[in-house]
Design a binder for this molecule. Structure first.
Ligand code: SF4
Length: 350
């Protein structure tokens, strides 16, 4: 584990994480011309500078006023790094509420993906998840989300961003929506929304908002086709029944451009039978969606264990035969505990 010192994002007024409209307010506050907002955005998200001083087309006086008002770029390096033999790298960033958060870099042939966190801990309480066990400690700001993407050493190589780290992204819309705007706007990173996936348990109202106002891909955690069994794995089934989530999704078009997928973590003897498989196919019938079957990374003190690889292959093949495109997601970084929340959990235990 490599350790590094870092300043705290929350101590200053970070500029990263601000939208063009918010930067216009900063420009007005610091008596800069309105067009300076676009210049600052370019320095932050295109040229990726690390100091206000480096924004050389902002007048010297303007930069001084920004600094005196407490504005900094707000970049913060990871606190620690853990490298897997398979190339996966897990970074720990300072979070909120005294809890650190994780970002994972996953190289895979021509793809280079970062999995980012949106909250310190999580309220959703999924019984198979280390983050869920830690409880909720606070929402990350848009700056803290964007910082994960900008401040890993592989930042310039990234081809994809997935919001699948710690926390439920749709439980932090105040930061998620500006972060997505910054990532996709021409004045921001100008990424195609097709390179971004937001994963959710299916928080209904926020999901509707995400689907209406963005074009990013969506991944829904389902884990069981049966409400009562899903509730045992995901207590949020009570508040956001999968039946209603699927109904909501049926109202949107996933036939081109935007992709819908369902995440199905496979637990031995719990949700990996052919009965589950057929019910899952029935539940998703008619939806333009794929299913990602995920091998469970065992977590301490849990009765849950991973399904046998043969069982997963059989499950996948049955889904495909029933007309539901299914793949088994390759397991990455097990030696550095890349499953959600594992590194932060370990840090906390000391
Ligand atoms: S799996 Fe995701 S939604 Fe569930 S507790 Fe963990 S971080 Fe939260």
């Amino acid at each position: 584990m490599e350790e590094k010192n870092s300043t705290n994002i929350s101590q200053a007024r970070p500029l990263i994480g601000l939208t063009l409209e918010q930067l216009r307010q900063v420009a007005a506050e610091c008596c800069l011309p309105r067009f300076a907002a676009g210049q600052i955005a370019k320095w932050l998200y295109d040229k990726r500078v690390t100091s206000v001083e480096a924004m050389t087309d902002i007048s010297k006086d303007g930069r001084r006023r920004l600094t005196e008002a407490g504005y900094t770029v707000g970049r913060e390096e990871p606190l620690t790094t853990a490298r897997s033999a398979d190339g996966t790298v897990k970074y720990l960033f300072r979070g909120v509420g005294g809890r650190d958060v994780e970002a994972v870099y996953i190289p895979d042939h021509e793809r280079a993906t970062i999995c980012v966190s949106s909250q310190a801990g999580c309220k959703m309480g999924c019984t198979f998840c280390m983050t869920g066990r830690q409880g909720f400690h606070g929402n990350l700001s848009a700056a803290a989300i964007i910082n994960q993407i900008l401040s890993i050493p592989e930042s310039e190589k990234l081809t994809n961003i997935v919001f699948m780290g710690m926390g439920e992204p749709l439980d932090n819309m105040e930061a998620l929506m500006p972060a997505l705007e910054i990532l996709t706007a021409k004045w921001g990173f100008a990424w195609s929304p097709k390179r971004i996936t937001v994963s959710s348990i299916g928080k209904l109202q926020a999901l509707q908002q995400l689907l209406t106002h963005t074009k990013v891909h969506v991944a829904i955690s389902i884990h069981s086709p049966f409400a009562a069994e899903r509730e045992r794995l995901m207590p949020v089934e009570r508040a956001y029944p999968i039946k209603e989530v699927v109904e909501l999704l049926r109202g949107f078009d996933f036939s081109h451009q935007r992709r819908l997928s369902f995440e199905y973590t496979m637990f031995r003897g719990v949700n990996d039978s052919q009965r589950h498989c057929r019910a899952l196919a029935e539940r998703l019938k008619g939806l333009d969606a794929r299913v990602n079957l995920i091998r469970f990374h065992a977590i301490p003190d849990s009765p849950l264990s991973p399904s046998d690889p043969d069982r997963m292959v059989e499950f996948r093949d049955t889904l495909n035969a029933l007309g539901i495109t299914a793949t088994i997601r390759a397991s990455r970084g097990e030696d550095i505990m890349a499953a959600c929340g594992m590194l932060a959990g370990k840090q906390k235990q000391g």
